[in-house]
Design a protein around this ligand. Structure first.
Ligand code: PLP
Length: 439
């Protein structure tokens, strides 16, 4: 083990929130050297478009957007001012919220990657059967004969909750048999919702890595079972990446500039890494050297940061250094990062921030009271990224390394709100009531 930064490693072990200026970050990195290409993102976007008529037919909440699963960018001026008070800092530039908490179908960022992977599988099977052609209206996939076709196959996935929700809902609607292997973090309401849709839910006392291993093992016994592998999947990754193409258009419509004089910082809650990694991959293609992605993790589950700092990637877990992997940010409760994502995104992630759980409740309350936006705890962690970037030595070092210290007044901070819409009101209010901050 070759530790890249002793201080970062000590902060990890001692559960101290930190910002880490990623030594491997190269904001002018040549994206053409990566194994996935821009064409792959475009291909994913096209596939999602082919399915748009299907979505409109079966999911009421996709009608407004004509079958495109996309979220809005929110201006959050009131919340921004309150967060400055809460954090006791002045935040130069403007803060926006990417509203994936409100995504149709499953109400989290997993409605991008998770759903996309199920579509890849369904399309492949349907094309091979001869019942579907690429140029057909995919609305016909809602017909019973396709349900009968897909019912000969099954889908399995391991999850801390939201991925299971997305894969479960999507697979069940198409007609697949589906089993979700849930880690101990998974919320009860998510399991109940899945069972009500005919999904088989297996529960484990252990964490996400174990749930995945169980799912993988069971799936291997059945040749007609597709395992959605959150630790390795390229399809999940590409599904997330399409968001960048859409964001470019949204920023243009809102007159939000991203260029040499107007840097963009994007704060992404990180679990296993696929979501933030895929989004980062897309963003770097779209905004190039002017976008700076920052991954944010709970101190107890900082598996991506641990993998980077030690150069061990997925070969080390937070439990190996004495952390618990217990966090209220259930979507981020991942003790070991993705095998494929860590190395892949290392040169294109500007920095990493960690935070303590209790702060999420305060932020949840601030967002709700000022903007009437209800987020789940994981989805608030991006805000801690801003604070850590602006107020730590390491954060300031990053800004000086990329020559942006004097341009921050024109910066855009985009906090990726990764989940929330599906959370039952009483569960949300219980979290709200745990806040200690008074507005
Ligand atoms: C899954 C999830 C993330 C992180 O995505 P990973 O692919 O696990 O890194 C962030 N926020 C929420 C709410 C999630 O469900």
């Amino acid at each position: 083990m070759k530790i890249k930064s002793e201080k970062a490693y000590e902060d990890l072990r001692n559960e101290r929130p930190q910002f880490w200026n990623n030594l491997s970050y190269n904001n002018k990195f040549d994206m053409n050297t990566l194994k996935l290409e821009f064409e792959d993102i475009l291909d994913a976007e096209k596939r999602l478009k082919r399915f748009a008529p299907f979505f409109q037919r079966v999911f009421e909440d996709t009608k407004k957007t004509k079958g495109i699963i996309e979220s809005k960018v929110f201006k959050i001026e009131k919340a921004s001012r309150e967060i400055e008070k809460y954090e006791k800092i002045k935040i130069p530039g403007k803060i926006y919220l990417k509203g994936d908490h409100s995504l149709p179908i499953s109400g989290s960022i997993k409605a991008r990657g998770g759903i996309y992977e199920v579509l890849c599988l369904a399309e492949k099977i349907a094309l091979e059967s001869g019942m579907l052609r690429l140029e057909d209206d995919y609305g016909k996939l809602a017909e019973d004969k396709f349900k009968d076709l897909f019912n000969k196959y099954s889908v399995a996935v391991g999850s801390t909750g939201n991925l299971g929700l997305s894969i479960g809902i999507m697979s069940a609607v198409l007609g697949f048999k589906v089993t979700v292997h849930m880690s101990c973090d998974a919320k009860e309401w998510k399991k109940e919702m899945l069972r009500s849709k005919g999904v088989i839910v297996r529960e484990y006392e252990s964490d996400f890595s174990y749930a995945i291993a169980q799912g993988r093992k069971e799936a291997q016994r059945d040749p007609n079972c597709h395992f959605v592998d959150d630790e390795n999947s390229k399809e999940l990754f590409l599904g997330y990446s399409v968001s960048a193409l859409r964001l470019k258009k949204q920023f243009e419509d809102m007159d939000i500039l991203v260029d040499q004089e107007h840097p963009l910082f994007v704060y992404l809650p990180c679990g296993v890494g696929g979501g933030p990694g895929g989004v980062t991959f897309g963003l770097k293609w779209v905004f190039g050297e002017n976008v700076h992605p920052i991954f944010v993790e709970p101190v107890q589950s900082a598996s991506m940061l641990l993998g980077m700092v030690t150069g061990m990637y997925n070969n080390i877990s937070v439990q190996d250094i004495g952390l618990s992997n217990r966090t209220i940010a259930d979507g981020l409760a991942v003790g070991r990062s993705s095998e494929f994502v860590g190395r892949f995104v290392e040169p294109i992630v500007a920095g990493f921030a960690t935070f303590e759980d209790n702060e999420l409740y305060d932020l949840l309350k601030i967002l709700y009271d000022t903007e009437n936006i209800a987020l789940e705890p994981s989805a608030l962690s991006g805000f801690k990224g801003i604070k850590m970037l602006l107020s730590t030595q390491e954060g300031k070092k990053l800004l000086s390394d990329i020559n942006l210290e004097n341009k921050m007044d024109k910066a855009t901070h985009l906090v990726w709100a990764t989940g929330g819409r599906m959370v039952p009101k009483d569960v949300m209010m219980a979290d709200y009531n745990k806040a200690s901050y008074k507005l």
